[in-house]
Every structure is written in structure tokens, then in C-alpha cells.
Design a binder for this molecule. Sequence first.
Ligand code: SF4
Length: 294
Amino acid sequence: MSKIGILDVDGFNYPNLALMKLAAWHKLQGDAVEWVIPLCTYDRVYMSKVFTFTQDFSTCVQSKEVIKGGTGYDLKNKLPSEIEKIYPDYSIYNLKNKAFGFLTRGCPRNCAFCIVSQKEGKQSIQVSDLGQFWSGEKEIKLLDPNLLACKDYKKLLQQLIDSKAWIDITQGLDARLLNEDNTYLIRQLKIKMLHFAWDNVSDEKAIIPKLLKFKKDTQFDFRKMRVYVLVNFNSSHEEDLYRIYKLKDMGYDPYLMIYDKKVAPVITKKMARWVNNKFIFRSCEKFEDYKIVR
Ligand code: SF4
């Protein structure tokens, strides 16, 4: 039996799927798995980092072997397929009724600010069935980058419908791909939250009519429909405000994603605090008013 240490370098803000799978696989081999304790020694330690902006773990890790993985280190490292396919050990994050996973990987859009197409390929392809990471949990957090771009999306949406679990599509449905067929299926999901994205101002003509039609067809309101708005990439402050107000007027809930936050202007960070804190956003209609009271 080996003693395995796991380390979530990003902190514990969001469960690390790779570590949950590594823990499950090692426990199946009869190994002891625990979160790394700095003074303890290990046979092997896995350090995982999803975000490039997270500082690496600087405390010395006492282990015969240290394996680092995740997009925060590089885009090439991957889990071996027998580990990738395993049912995650949600208990390491004390998760009792939430499942996390990918049904598809890859995205044809290859947006300049996003690593998905480079890391996972320029095609959205099915990588698992729901049963691989879900076994009756009440909520499913889907991490797929572009589910609707996958040719098998109907079968996969049907699996989510049949689960009768609450569904949070966390990474964004591609609004440009919405049509009658997929809207019909999405309406049958038990939706906790849907996410869309309006990252480039210039995509207005491609995205806004689709979102308006989706809203009309589903009658969902802002509590179920969030739209990521990329800022500090290629838009002006005025264009950011334009997207925020437009989405709000349409009955969607904007959520700002700051590109390269370290170098973002103060006003952009302030705008993100206003939009992303939903208590403030709903009680303070205009950014100008928020700026005055802050
Ligand atoms: S559509 Fe989304 S997932 Fe695909 S490349 Fe653009 S940002 Fe990334």
C-alpha cells in the first residue's frame, strides 16, 4: 500500500475533478490517500493547478515522487484513460449530492482568449456518458466547454433530462447554436442555472437574436440564465456597460469575467464587483450610482 498525497494548488474554491479521479483510482488500488500535510512524507504527491494565475505551492513537499498536472502548469498533461474514465471520489471535498464532469471536450470556436481548442481540440466530441460521473446525486455540474457543438448533443441532453437531477451548465452553452431542436430539449431539463457568453461586442448580431428567441420560447428568467461578459480583453468601458445593460433589459443575468485581472483597470474591477454581487446589482440600477456610493 502506498501513501498518496493530493494538493489542490488553486485552493478549495472549486472542486478539482482530476484530484477526485486520482483519489478514486488510488483508493481502488488499496492506497491511502490524504490531503498533503507539510511535515508528513509520501510515496507520491499529486499537485493540481487549473489556473495559470495561481502561484505555485512553495512549501517543500516530502515525497519520493511529485507529479504536477492541470492547465495551470501546461496544456499537454493528461490523466491516463483508465483514471479519466473513473467515477470521481467526491468525498475528498465532502460533496454529498453534487456530481461534476464532462460529457464532451473540445470546441471549434478557438477564441483568442481561451485555451480549450488548443488543449482539447477544435471539435466538440463525446468523452463520456452521464453514468460515468453521476450516480443519483441531486445536482449535476456540467463542465463541458461547448456541448451544443457536439454531434451527439441530443443523446447527451436526453441523459441529463432522464437523470431528473438539477442541472447547472457551468461553462456556457453556445448561444449561436441555439435552435428549435436543442431549445426543446433544454426546456425539459430541471435547470438550476444555464450559462451563455457574450464575449466579443462584435458578436451582437449572432448572439442577441438567439438569446431573445430562447427567452421567448422558454420563458425562463434571469434566475436561471446567466451570461458571461468578457472584459479587459478587447472592449472599451462603454462597450462593457452596453452589454451589461442590454442583457439585463433582455431578462438575462450578466456576469463579468475579467481577462488578466492583475492588469485590469480599477474601474473594470469595480464594475465587476457591482455586476457579480447580485445583491448589489439588483438594488443599484446604474453603475454611475454604484460609483457614487462606493
Ligand atoms: S466558444 Fe467558449 S469554449 Fe469555445 S473557444 Fe470560445 S470561449 Fe473557449
